[in-house]
Design a protein around this ligand. Structure first.
Ligand code: KG4
Ligand code: ZN
Length: 336
């Protein structure tokens, strides 16, 4: 089965063609980072308008790269939510229109589910339940994956997402956008103990919070004008990652206390490209003697391959969606 998928929930317009869930024929990601850079974050209306200009070309390029024609496609998948309404509308409407015009099936995919299930592409024989840490610019949550399509959100941030904190701290340090990769690189040459930034919500096993941390960095910068930016980045990163790891650990303990025993820990979302987080997750998996499902960095940030993988699983479980299915900007995976 050839699946053509379109992702446009935020500032990336992406299209991919995947055969049978595991053969990636092509994956195109057109980033709008330069467009939004001057605003220090994504401007929804701009993203939507730009997606509209790009969508047909990105889809055509995917077909050309794969050496395929529209009639070779069996299933069209588009991100239905969650995300920015103006952005979601473009990719999802395009996927439905292609399906309708060609008389093919359509599936609307949940963006978070796609991040979670993307690990199934690269890792064989994944067993359930596993714990998934989903960390991105728009979302930070810990999910127990009981089976494909069955998710329990056990922990989430009560304010900023982890990636959002990276982006805001980078902005206040005058580093640029997106902040994650810039801070990640600078942190490599800094001392993570130079500043003792708070580990928020220490007594809460799974709740997270990152907005106070951002404020702590702001005051540290104000009060220590000569501090090295590398030390600030390393200390900030240590606080974010300590928090993510300790909440993931509590979730593993929770699951083990239910006598279900987690089989693996997976990570997904843009922050999962972070080098420190990736190695800490590997260490945590070793500590619990379970698998670490760490995707390739290109699969962590938004892409359409993950939409095709989740679309195929969704299609096999529940069949196609109606062409009348609308977008759902607040769609929760616990409501699937
Ligand atoms: O999943 P994604 O591409 O888009 C959203 O759905 O948000 O994630 C983008 C986020 C940004 O906040 C970016 O700063 C962060 O992921 N990010 C990172 C790294 N690479 C991207 N954060 C920390 N370390 C990285 N290496
Ligand atoms: Zn994402």
């Amino acid at each position: 089965m050839n699946i053509l998928s379109i992702e446009s929930s935020c500032d990336e317009m992406a299209a991919a063609i995947v055969t049978d869930m595991n053969v990636v024929k092509t994956s195109i990601v057109s980033s709008q980072i330069d467009l939004h850079k001057k605003y220090g974050g994504v401007v929804p209306e701009l993203a939507g308008r730009h997606h509209l200009e790009l969508v047909n070309n990105v889809v055509q390029s995917a077909l050309d790269e794969a050496g395929m024609k529209f009639h070779d496609i069996d299933l069209f998948a588009g991100t239905r939510g969650p995300g920015l309404a103006a952005a979601l509308l473009v990719g999802s409407t395009a996927a439905k229109s292609y399906a309708f015009a060609l008389g093919k099936d359509f599936v609307g995919v949940n963006h978070h589910e796609a991040h979670i299930l993307s690990v199934l592409l690269e890792h064989e024989n994944v067993q359930f339940p596993f714990v998934s840490l989903l960390v991105s610019g728009g979302h930070t949550m810990i999910v127990i994956v009981d089976a494909p399509g069955k998710y329990r959100i056990v922990g989430a941030t009560i304010d900023d997402a982890a990636g959002e904190a990276y982006d805001k701290v980078a902005r206040l340090l005058g580093l640029g956008y997106p902040g994650g990769p810039l801070i990640d690189n600078l942190a490599e040459n800094g001392n993570p103990k130079a500043f003792n930034f708070p580990r928020p919500m220490k007594d809460e096993p799974t709740k997270m919070s990152f907005s106070g941390l951002k404020t702590a960095v702001k005051y540290a910068v104000r009060d220590n004008p000569d501090a090295s930016v590398e030390d600030i980045c390393a200390s900030f990163q240590a606080a974010v990652i300590d928090s993510l790891i300790s909440k993931t650990k509590s979730t593993l303990d929770l699951l083990n206390s239910e006598e279900l025993k987690a089989t693996a820990i997976s990570i997904g979302g843009g922050v999962a490209a972070n080098s420190n987080l990736r190695s800490r997750i590997e260490d945590l998996a070793k500590e619990y003697s379970i698998r670490a499902l760490v995707p390739d960095k290109s699969m962590c940030t938004d892409n359409a391959v993950m939409i095709a993988v989740a679309g195929k699983i969704h299609y096999d479980l529940r069949g196609p969606d109606s062409i009348g299915t609308g977008i759902d900007p607040g769609w929760k995976i616990s409501d699937l």
